[in-house]
Design a protein around this ligand. Structure first.
Ligand SMILES: Nc1ncnc2c1ncn2[C@@H]1O[C@H](COP(=O)(O)OP(=O)(O)OP(=O)(O)O)[C@@H](O)[C@H]1O
Length: 552
């Protein structure tokens, strides 16, 4: 069989961009993107993307140039997921909640040539550009001036080349989009959330994004033509690649600029939403509506990832009628590559036990080649006993190409055929992974490794607790002790004291895991992707000084 070789008939580069043309053929007159009074069909979305892609090309943007987008979840944001790479450029979504200094650093680091900017973020981008050193060329800017309240097209554009709709109008819908010369060609550049260190520029190829997009549909069991509510920011790891997935299944993308629990519930009713994604913080939001948390009229599928979802939060979300799926991934994998694959027999278990099982991160998706938990020094697998800690490592087609301009950073996490995630976990005897911490968040008390996630999940079982995060506080005797930062539910009366919360933990945790310190606070600091900023809390805990030497 040695004579059987790849030919152009069987080795065309994998890319998710072709999903769009197919969607226009199959679902041409069905809704593609809905936002307030604006509703497009797949035929229109396909044409609009081709027009924008052609306009980007005619602005002189070359294959391989970086084009950035700074926008909330609105139609232009969705379209640019296709239009930018269809022009041959690399899509760089920027987190809208970053400050101007960071935006400026990212734009310079990526050498972005063109930036699409939502009108609400006008001053952010202008400030970011003003921070460019003199004599450095800055990117050109296109204003997305869209919905009600936005400046009209006739308004002076000042620092902007034109508006997004100008590019749609001027563009050619017969444009032949730039197909990648091979599937390894970079397609996206995303900066990580910066939860543990400075954001890193993650580059993914067309092949990687194709694999994760298809894999994510299979893993979540997404049917054809779902109604998908965009509660996950598209800038966050390109919406876990679901913008591409929705084109593959002809879904209706319900866009929303800003949301809270009430808005989500009303959108679910209005559009008969079937699917949505969100970090655990969104689930918490959905379960913390003082009134009106009536049961849903029908089950809505919600996929959560991005941070460990405490079992009590999963339990409360499911009791409202949501069908919760739980996955795990990183910007470096373009989406979720591990998920808590559900077994039918688990449905017979009590609800709290179901929630406990569901809070485990799970097994590799079919698109990932391997996942393991290893001793980071020896590289050997840890015991499958649910208690031996190790680093989570991954191998598969959707692992990033590497970090932009950071060879040593790339080499540090990609070695011996694995991608080292920096997450600490255990492998249960049934082959399911459970994340215990990030390596930087592990608390070492008296030489014992202590999982902050486990302490947090106990805190979440307290009905008065809204959010909780546990970090290390320096201690002269123990080295470190757990320090819990807790926000309480506003409606709870009387509010428990710090001491009562410690007492509560004492009843449920081994001594060494009980927080020695509890700090009550109105709100916990979060990253722009809704993750609790433990490094900020760690600094605050350090600022408290050493916890009193004492015996536990
Ligand atoms: N289901 C999950 N359970 C626990 N942690 C999760 C889950 N999903 C994702 N995570 C955490 O999120 C991380 C990936 O997040 P992301 O790529 O957005 O950047 P970040 O790691 O938060 O930022 P940075 O790398 O800059 O510190 C994972 O490494 C893991 O720690």
């Amino acid at each position: 069989m040695e004579d059987l070789k790849p030919t152009s008939a069987n080795s065309s580069p994998l890319t998710p961009l072709g999903f769009l043309e197919r969607a226009a053929t199959v679902y041409g007159d069905c809704p593609s993107v809905i936002y307030g009074d604006t509703a497009y069909t797949w035929t229109q979305t396909h044409r609009r993307c081709l027009r924008v892609a052609s306009s980007i090309s005619s602005l002189g943007i070359k294959t391989g140039n970086v084009v950035s987008v700074l926008s909330p979840n609105i139609p232009a944001m969705y379209e640019l997921h296709f239009a930018v790479p269809m022009s041959g450029a690399i899509l760089n979504n920027i987190n809208t909640r970053l400050d101007s200094r960071t935006v400026s650093v990212l734009l310079r680091h990526s050498e972005s040539k063109l930036v699409f900017v939502d009108y609400e973020l006008r001053s952010l981008i202008l400030e970011a550009i003003s921070l460019f050193p003199q004599n450095t060329s800055s990117p050109r800017l296109v204003l997305i001036a869209g919905d009600s309240g936005a400046p009209s097209r006739a308004a002076p554009l000042d620092d902007f080349l034109c508006t997004y709709e100008d590019l749609v109008d001027r563009g050619d819908e017969g444009f032949e989009w730039v197909s990648p010369s091979n599937e390894w060609v970079p397609m996206t550049l995303n900066y990580t959330s910066g939860t543990t260190s400075s954001p890193k520029g993650v580059v993914h190829s067309h092949r990687g994004v194709f694999i994760i997009a298809v894999d994510s549909l299979i893993d979540w069991g997404v049917p054809k033509q779902p109604v998908y509510l965009w509660t996950l920011p598209m800038f966050h790891a390109n919406g876990w690649s679901y913008p591409y997935g929705m084109a593959a299944v002809g879904g209706a993308n319900i866009c929303v600029r800003k949301f809270d629990a009430q808005i989500i519930y009303s959108m679910i009713k209005r559009y008969r939403v079937t699917h949505m994604c969100g970090a655990p913080v969104v689930l918490n939001m959905l379960t913390n509506v003082p009134s009106g948390t009536e049961k849903l009229e029908y089950p809505v599928h919600i996929l959560t990832a991005g941070a460990p979802p405490p079992a009590p939060v999963l339990f409360r979300t499911e009791s409202l009628g949501f069908v919760v799926s739980h996955g795990y991934g990183l910007t470096e994998t373009a989406g979720l590559v591990v998920s808590c694959a559900w077994k039918r027999k688990w449905n017979l278990l009590p609800a709290t036990e179901r929630a406990r099982l569901k809070s485990r991160q799970g097994v590799r998706t079919v698109g990932l080649t391997r996942m393991d938990v290893v001793n980071p020094d020896s590289g050997l697998s840890v015991k499958r006993d649910g208690t031996s800690l190790g680093e989570v490592v991954l191998r598969g087609g959707c692992v990033m190409l590497g970090y932009l301009k950071d060879q040593s950073g790339t080499a540090k996490c990609m070695k011996d055929g694995w991608f080292y995630t920096g997450d600490v976990g255990v492998m249960h005897p049934d082959g399911y992974l459970e994340i215990k911490d990030r390596s930087k968040d592990v608390i070492i008390s008296g030489g014992e490794n202590l999982s902050s996630v486990e302490v947090e999940s106990v805190l979440y079982t307290n009905p008065a607790v809204n959010e909780a995060a546990v970090v290390a506080r320096p201690d002269e005797f123990w080295g470190e002790t757990p320090c819990a930062f807790v926000s309480l539910k506003s409606e709870v009366r009387p509010k428990p004291t710090e001491k009562e919360i410690i007492e509560y933990c004492r009843k449920k945790l081994p001594k060494y895991m009980v927080p020695k310190t509890v700090v009550l606070t109105d709100e916990l600091p979060k990253t722009s992707t809704g993750k609790i900023q433990k490094f900020v809390l760690r600094e605050m805990a350090k600022g408290l000084g050493s916890s009193r030497p004492s015996r536990m």
